[in-house]
Design a protein around this ligand. Structure first.
Ligand code: EPZ
Length: 421
């Protein structure tokens, strides 16, 4: 298995292009199930999760054609030829659950493996099922699979989510576009990826309003048509690379980044002594102080501080000039990067969903192990400023959500390379 080797090499300078958002692309691709015509996605990220979703959709009967090294994807589901999303794929990528709503809306029949948990938590799908039941679907759980049905078309309904869920909002939103009548979904997720999904569906003829607010209204239509849609910039990749000059020093311009999609994150960085300058091409980030000030972080649904940037900012706070407190409120087990950072000399005390980080002068390079997607990149960030060499194993976690990390960082002067085998 590949490893990534990082050697602390002082400040970094350069430009990093931000790719299309993984978490937008993984919900935009199943949209293709909702219609017989072709959905063309551009600015798609080149990631293993996107390739996994392509494989899943192909297994259901979707014709998937990639161009431009995978940045452009044509998806055409003339017919659903297989209604089962198999465990072998679903277990590797939880976003597979997002074919459930579109398949029920298109044909009233879907068999999807329960995704099972993952490193960061149990990751149940009860909210997906409750929302789709409100639209008229019925479910039976058997042998680890969800058997979903609805007689005739889904029916528009009102549904208030008991708690905010990105994926469940996406499943219900997609399904409601073809339901008979009007649906009103409340206490929905407001992430930029939800807005991007709605905008793509509207281009295809869906009638949607309220996306980005607490309540989304959908007037069902009989069918959707082909469209072309560009995937929004990845706000989590953006926030991740904004931290590279914060940790290593120097100055980096993030091309395609906008403050609006990472506003809570930017506020915290500025509180810690970081300057963020908006340019016509993106965002320039530079650290104004020798050591950033400590921060208190609480992860929340958008527009709050994103849970997907918690591991990364923890890496930066390991060398802050004081004690920081990070509270993880979205997932029950999302501090697995802490023991690995401790191996690098960090001082972190974790109790339940709260991590106390006492800043140290410097981190030391060490062999470390990736445990999940965002934890893996936090260790690379820590390695940029650590004394000596950091060797990251299990980099397949990294490749799920970051395209060509070593190329992007080494183009700014970081000493980082991928060692195969
Ligand atoms: C999406 O996951 C993202 N994944 C996650 O990104 C992200 O961390 C998460 O939203 C929160 O922003 C994709 O978009 C593919 P949720 P999702 O449903 O939809 C609980 C990354 O690193 N819950 O908003 O699965 C759940 O356990 C990944 O890119 C239920 O209890 O997240 C969690 O505690 C990691 N029942 C909370 O809600 C349900 O039916 C929020 O989960 C669904 C969720």
């Amino acid at each position: 298995m590949d490893k990534i080797v990082v050697k602390g090499n002082g400040p970094i300078y350069g430009k990093i292009p931000i790719a299309g958002a993984k978490n937008a692309c993984l919900t935009l691709m199943p949209v293709s199930i909702l219609c017989e015509d072709t959905l063309k996605l551009t600015n798609a990220p080149r990631l293993s999760d996107v390739r996994m979703m392509s494989g899943l959709l192909s297994s259901l009967g979707c014709e998937v054609i990639s161009e431009d090294e995978g940045k452009t994807i044509y998806l055409t589901t003339k017919n659903i030829t297989n209604h089962t999303a198999a465990y072998d794929i679903v277990r590797k990528m939880r976003a597979s659950i997002l074919v459930l709503g579109p398949m029920l809306a298109r044909e009233g029949n879907a068999i999807v493996s329960l995704p099972g948990g993952c490193a960061i938590g149990a990751r149940p799908v009860d909210l997906h099922l409750k929302a789709l039941e409100a639209l008229g679907a019925t479910f039976e759980l058997k042998d680890g699979y969800i058997f979903g049905k609805c007689s005739g078309r889904l029916k528009g309904a009102e549904f208030k989510f008991p708690m905010v869920s990105v994926g469940a909002t996406e499943n219900a939103l997609m399904a409601a576009t073809l339901a008979e009548g009007t649906s009103v979904l409340s206490n929905v997720a407001k992430e930029p990826e939800i807005i991007d999904l709605a905008e793509c569906l509207i281009k295809m003829g869906a009638q949607i309003s309220g996306q980005g607010s607490d309540t989304i209204t959908i007037i069902g239509v009989d069918s959707l048509n082909s469209a072309e849609h560009s995937v929004i910039a990845d706000r989590i990749e953006l926030g991740t690379y904004m931290l590279a000059p914060v940790i290593a020093g120097g100055e980096v311009e993030l091309l395609g980044g906008t403050r609006q999609i990472v506003s809570a994150f930017c506020q915290k960085l500025e509180d810690s002594g970081v300057e963020i300058e908006e340019t016509k091409n993106g965002l320039i980030v530079r650290r104004l102080v020798s050591r950033i000030k400590p921060l208190n972080i609480v992860t929340e649904p958008f527009p709050g501080f994103p849970t997907d940037l918690q591991a990364q900012i923890m890496a930066a706070l390991c060398t802050a000039s004081g004690i920081s407190v990070l509270e993880e409120r979205i997932f029950e087990n999302r501090f697995m990067h802490a023991p690995e950072l401790i191996r690098m000399g960090a001082k972190i005390d974790v109790h339940g969903g709260v991590a106390k980080v006492t800043g140290v002068d410097v981190l030391k390079g060490a062999p470390v192990m990736a445990t999940d997607l965002r934890a893996s990149v936090s260790l690379i960030l820590a390695g940029l400023a650590a004394q000596g060499e950091t060797v990251l194993s299990r980099v397949y976690h990294l490749d799920r959500g970051y395209e060509r990390v070593e190329e992007k960082l080494s183009s700014c002067g970081a000493l980082i390379e991928r060692v195969s085998g």
